[in-house]
Design a protein around this ligand. Structure first.
Ligand SMILES: Cc1ncc(COP(=O)(O)O)c(C=O)c1O
Length: 355
């Protein structure tokens, strides 16, 4: 069994970096401004928390995701959604098969739960989800498979065919879908719509710029969803009611909240792809979907590159060691185009200096 883990080192690192102007380390779109929701105080009523499992929010999430309300569990962001989902599905010593590379807090939660973690590889540079690779790593003891779709760090998209093949392998699959809505061209459905072997987690954080309201959820077949609601009572009696209200309002105005994001991401991906094409010192599959890319630095050390960027160029990236691939680094292109463009220009200058 892995040592019990009581923290996410990546989260701690990410939260404690000095802010920079050209924040290519970010994996979100810009924060949505509260005043754009045209709220009144009555919209944020504090009473109503006793309305157990606040039905309006459950229904709003169900409507967005195209599932019955009984499939929906509310959670504080995708982070708590992942914790609840894994804690409901995994007992100490259980074998859990996780993609590599992956988002570090997934591994930390599994470590905390005492899972026995095994891995399957998503291969650079495209990091595609290969069902055969997953099949080779599944054993009769595998209790759960864990993936992200879109993939963090690379932004790779797993289509329904790939997902269906994995559903046939037997174990349940947790799919973190927090970047899913950034695949505008595909507009993918939640994996839970394909098979009840899937459990999906999501929130309004990454693609809608609403990380502050912590509106997250789990989608799972009703018996499992019920277990997760009950489990959540160990962590808190109820959700923050004003937060539930804000979640409902945001979901009712999701088109407005997301207005312009598809165009901005398409433009920023094109900027990033042009940048990768110009550079011979960086290897990266072209960005097609999503907010992040995970290039390999051919000569040099991404840690040193990040230190130089932060110290001299007011710019940041995420060194690949946080994704167990120290010769790679992650960039995010969710920001305003002028910030992304200048951030890439500065990344280019820092790369030139490192050469
Ligand atoms: C794959 C993945 N899941 C979950 C989260 C956290 O989401 P939330 O802010 O909704 O808790 C992140 C944030 O980086 C992420 O990349």
């Amino acid at each position: 069994m892995n040592a019990r883990i009581l923290q996410s080192d990546y989260m701690h690192w990410a939260k404690n970096q000095r802010p920079v102007r050209y924040h290519l380390a970010s994996s979100e779109v810009p924060h949505f401004a509260l005043e754009r929701l045209e709220l009144t105080l009555a919209d944020l009523d504090l009473t109503g928390a006793s309305a157990y499992r606040y039905p309006p929010l459950r229904q709003a999430i169900a409507a967005k995701e195209g599932v019955p309300p009984e499939w929906v569990v509310a959670a504080d962001g995708t982070s708590m959604a992942n914790m609840l989902a894994m804690a409901a599905l995994v007992a100490p010593g259980d074998e859990v098969l996780v993609e590599q590379p992956t988002y570090e807090p997934m591994l930390a939660v599994l470590g905390f739960l005492g899972a026995r973690i095994t891995r399957f590889e998503r291969r650079a540079p495209a990091f595609e989800l290969d069902p055969e690779e997953v099949a080779r790593a599944v054993t009769p003891a595998t209790k759960l498979i864990v993936i992200t779709n879109l993939h963090n760090p690379s932004g790779a998209y797993a289509d329904e065919k790939m997902l269906r093949s994995i559903a046939e392998l037997g174990p349940r699959i947790l799919v973190d879908e927090v970047y899913r809505d950034a695949a505008f061209e595909e507009a993918p459905r939640s994996a839970v719509r394909l098979s009840d072997r899937f459990v999906a987690t999501n929130s309004l954080t990454k693609v809608y710029g609403l990380s502050g309201i912590r509106c997250g959820w789990i989608l799972a077949e009703p018996a499992l969803a019920e277990r997760m609601w009950r489990l959540n009572e160990l962590f808190g009696v109820a959700q923050v009611h004003a937060g539930e209200r804000l979640g409902c309002i945001a979901l009712a105005h999701l088109d407005e909240v997301g207005a312009g994001t598809a165009e901005r991401l398409a433009r920023n991906r094109a900027l990033a792809n042009a940048f990768f094409a110009r550079r011979s010192d960086v290897e990266c599959a072209p960005m097609v979907h999503g907010i992040t890319a995970f290039p390999r630095l051919l000569p040099g050390d991404p840690e040193t590159l990040d230190e130089l960027l932060r110290a001299r160029f007011d710019t940041s990236i995420v060194p690949g060691r946080w994704f167990e691939m120290p010769d790679h680094f992650r960039i995010g292109v969710g920001g305003p185009p002028e910030i992304v463009e200048e951030g890439l220009a500065r990344l280019g200058k820092a790369l030139d200096e490192c050469a």
